[in-house]
Design a protein around this ligand. Structure first.
Ligand SMILES: Nc1ncnc2c1ncn2[C@@H]1O[C@H](COP(=O)(O)OP(=O)(O)OP(=O)(O)O)[C@@H](O)[C@H]1O
Ligand SMILES: [Mg+2]
Length: 364
């Protein structure tokens, strides 16, 4: 490293000061140096890192090992983003990884690889939120398509089947019923997606978020959440949100239902809490100035957590780990929250999964 200033910290001090974890791996895959951030991020002391093989620290099946091999075979630098890091001590849903070979002054590969790991920053998480908004928007676009290209033809098919019902032989009536039932099933699926409604036609106004949450909780208690403990912790001074009452119920019903579906009946517990958070201003593309999102609702469960590989795409449509799941609930949540100008995010680890919804307040 070259510097113009007369007295500057040496390269070692600079590497020490980096917030990214830096590990140097030799030709045998042994860690031969690490900076303090590596100790902190991997929650392992220098002593526990240096002299140990990288596969002891980072499990074999991590994509990081494939990247190390790639750097060795190409002698070129590689970067990857949004990959999960799961070691015996830490679980980080998304990190950025940069790897570079160490070359001598003649450009010859010395067999060492420098590996740098940085957990995703709040800014990147917000970016991820904006991606969720895109997911919401793509669902909205799909809605128009479904409404026109699926629902209309379905209505014609059903009408035609009903006409046939009177003229077909007795033994074929069953087939007509089958057509009608299946058409109804597809129709209700399209309706369930909440996609047929044009968001611009929905009137918004001040909504008491606690009333919305209480409704969602009562629905859970009398239906899908039987036997699960629902704990409501509300900030009574919360001002009204600006939104659509029924759509907000749909958001929280989906979140509570998902939590109920992963929880065991005996120990399952969901904490629904609200808070007023000052100073959260988010720059949203297309908006002239950052938006204030002070109303915070959290739905937290003590279930097994969202599978790591699913986390980056959680809010996309058709992402589901449930037998018979449609993968639509969270896409609908993303769509509605984004239409409210809000944000939704998920933070999950085994034993604690929190969905946080941030919403704007009603003016005045
Ligand atoms: N609280 C949670 N804990 C663990 N995993 C969750 C939680 N919430 C959602 N998930 C995961 O996210 C996936 C997507 O959820 P989403 O609500 O979009 O679809 P779904 O519940 O599978 O189907 P449906 O369309 O019926 O809602 C779920 O299948 C589940 O694997
Ligand atoms: Mg669901």
């Amino acid at each position: 490293m070259q510097s113009l200033a007369k007295s500057t910290p040496g390269p070692a001090a600079i590497v020490e000061a980096l917030s990214a974890a830096v590990l140097v791996i030799d030709a045998d895959g042994i860690i031969c140096d690490a900076n303090p951030s590596a100790e902190q991020i991997l929650q392992t002391s220098l002593h526990g890192l240096v002299g140990h093989s990288l596969d002891v620290i980072i499990p074999d099946d991590s994509p990081i090992h494939a990247l190390v091999r790639q750097v060795r075979s190409s002698s070129a630098s590689i970067a990857d983003h949004g990959i999960p890091l799961e070691t015996q001590r830490v679980t980080i849903p998304a990190i950025s990884v940069q790897l570079a070979p160490v070359l001598d002054s003649n450009g010859r590969d010395q067999g060492f690889v420098v590996l740098s790991l940085s957990p995703h920053t709040i800014a990147q998480r917000i970016d991820q939120q904006l991606l969720h908004r895109h997911a919401g928007r793509s669902v909205a676009a799909m809605s128009a398509l479904l409404a026109h290209e699926v629902k209309n033809p379905l209505a014609s098919i059903r009408g035609a089947a009903q006409l046939m019902e009177t003229s077909v032989a007795e033994e074929d009536r069953e087939l007509v019923t089958l057509i009608c039932d299946e058409v109804d099933r597809i129709n209700s699926l399209v309706d369930r997606m909440g996609l047929a409604a044009d968001p611009r036609s929905l009137e918004r106004g001040p909504v008491n978020i606690h009333e919305v949450l209480e409704r969602a909780c009562r629905l859970a208690e009398t239906g899908f959440g039987e036997g699960i403990r629902l704990i409501e912790r509300y900030d009574p001074s919360l001002p009204p949100a600006f939104g659509h009452h029924d759509q907000l119920i749909q958001v929280f019903v989906n979140l509570i239902k998902n939590a109920c579906e992963v929880l065991g009946r005996d120990r399952g517990e969901i904490i629904i809490s609200t808070a007023y958070q000052h100073g959260v201003r988010i720059a949203v593309p297309g908006a002239a100035k950052p938006v204030d999102l002070p109303l915070v609702v959290r739905v937290q469960d003590n279930g097994p957590g969202v599978p790591l590989d699913m986390q980056p795409h959680l809010f996309d449509p058709f992402v589901s780990a449930k037998p018979g799941g449609h993968g639509l609930g969270l896409a609908i949540v993303a769509k509605i929250v984004s239409e409210h100008g809000g944000l939704v995010e998920c933070d999950s680890e085994p034993g604690r999964t929190t969905f946080t919804v941030m919403l704007p307040v009603a003016a005045g």
